[in-house]
Design a protein around this ligand. Sequence first.
Ligand SMILES: [Zn+2]
Ligand SMILES: [Zn+2]
Length: 368
Amino acid sequence: MKNTFFCTHRIFCDICFLKIKKMSTKAYAAKAATSPLEPWTLERRAPKPHDVQIEILFCGVCHSDLHTARNEWGGTIYPVVPGHEIVGRVTNVGDQVKKYKKGDLAAVGCLVDSCRECNNCKEGLEQYCENGMVGTYNGQERDGSGVTYGGYSKQIVVHEDFVLKISDKLPLEGVAPLLCAGITTYSPLKHWNIKKGDKVGILGLGGLGHMGVKLAVSFGAEVTMISHTPAKEKDAKRLGAHKFLLSSDEEQVKSAANYFDFILDTVSAPHDYNMYLNMLKTNGVMTCVGAPPTPAQIPAFNLIMKRRSLAGSLIGGIPETQEMLDYCAEHNIVSDVEVIDIKDINESYERMLKGDVRYRFVIDMATL
Ligand SMILES: [Zn+2]
Ligand SMILES: [Zn+2]
């Protein structure tokens, strides 16, 4: 019986799993909050029966990557390998995988697992899993096998239920940011039923804001970019915005009172919510997808007097993320990106902090 060991549990149990070879993959990691990202080799599990192994071709650079690498939100476990805007090609699948085969294009977004049993998971809202979703990086695997490592790496292994299909019609580097920036803006626009003729304001023109403009325009809304930077007007219009509102101009702010049906607030820096709430008409909704570090002061009257709503939204569940990817393929929507070599990641973080990117850095993983 030497050298013949078969798992009798059909799925790999802990004992058997020890006998399954892990595989090394090249990555970039931060080893401390104050150290730059640098080359590192990590161990991935070999595909289990329902796992898909993906060779990562491109990975978008999200602001959350920087926050986590530098432990700005607390709770970072080092070394950390960021990256949750992943596109690539399937190189191997477990023997129970139905939806993917070797050679397929595939994508992974912000989450790689959830409890699958709570009300939210059953509704396909895994991002709101009552038992905590498992983030693509700096998350804890539900089987206790350790920390998750993200897309700044050559390979990733993910359960097929959390892998997404992508079209070969769109440039892959432009698709990568859809996995976070795209779904983060798509989900609230859909939830609040943005449609033809609605007056939509997009607050902030960055990675999220530029996707918000493209998507809201595609839904038929009249879209206004709201920004305090006059230089952004030209780009906002190029992206499809119909109007531009300069929020540092008092007259323009005054004339926008009671104007919008919906405002998507993508700003993460501290800002005065009340100024924008005043721009909502009766029954208007402002949804925050950016998270400023300090709490906002909001007089209830600003909501009461026009039955306004202030809401929040977090990425999207797996079914909606797939819907968004299919929608973007059909309508030819991708992110505006600057493709970088992985060795330039630290410099890209500095440029991202200055807002010097139009509108998303995407790492070409062939450079790793
Ligand atoms: Zn992100
Ligand atoms: Zn759940």
